[in-house]
Design a protein around this ligand. Sequence first.
Ligand code: SF4
Ligand code: SF4
Length: 261
Amino acid sequence: MKFTIARRVVQLAILGLFIAGNIYGVNILKGNLSSSELFGVIGLSDPYALLQLFLAGFSVGSASVIGALIMVVFYALIAPRAFCSWVCPVNILTDLGAYIRTKLKIGKNLVNISSNSRYYLFVLSLVFSFAFSIAAFESVSYIGAFTRGVVYLSGSAISIAIIIICIEAFLGKRLICGHLCPLGAFWALVSRFSLIRIYHNSKNCTHCNKCKVVCPEMQVLDIVGKQSGNIRSECISCGRCVEACDDDALNFSILKFRREE
Ligand code: SF4
Ligand code: SF4
């Protein structure tokens, strides 16, 4: 549970710092996940949102570009999709939805789509931004709407949370984060060479498949039991597989460029 607890602490601490900054003026973190200010001096921007704004024809200031570059470099170098499982507050809701789904023993998906749909939606969002001069995903983003609701203490956050939890629990397994979210797709593309990776040591693997049961991106564990190597960048670095594996076959490690048999 150590990674799950650590992730919740980080996710809630970030929301807490935003609330403290926005509502009570504490000068650590102000704004929201799309655009924020750290210690009143370092501007940070969501690079995907900025890309949409740029394609939509809005003027993008150099401070925002620098803020977006800081985020890209940070998330590109750290663990794959670290934003998804360590920062994004929607992850707390989708994990809760998945937990409810498991408890209610819901096996059937009402919506069946490929996990590649998020990449198509990512491309589509950029095309729509360019064609219709709107930041396409930003204007419908449940992540932005929920985060703003929380960090500005608006009641809208509760209704958005209920909708997200219900989608995840009743419509399809890991439907939002694992299939639909274009922001998750963006971070998966950015994280291809992230330094901290889950590494599978096939020599220790006993083929029990406990890791695949808990993994929200099960397809990334296709090498498990077959060959040693880094888990690819659709992994959200949640650490669940490390917690589940009793055989020391999966661990966080620094990116290894050589694949071992
Ligand atoms: S939980 Fe560990 S031992 Fe079991 S299949 Fe996964 S990697 Fe192999
Ligand atoms: S491979 Fe492990 S760390 Fe990556 S998403 Fe699956 S459970 Fe999480």
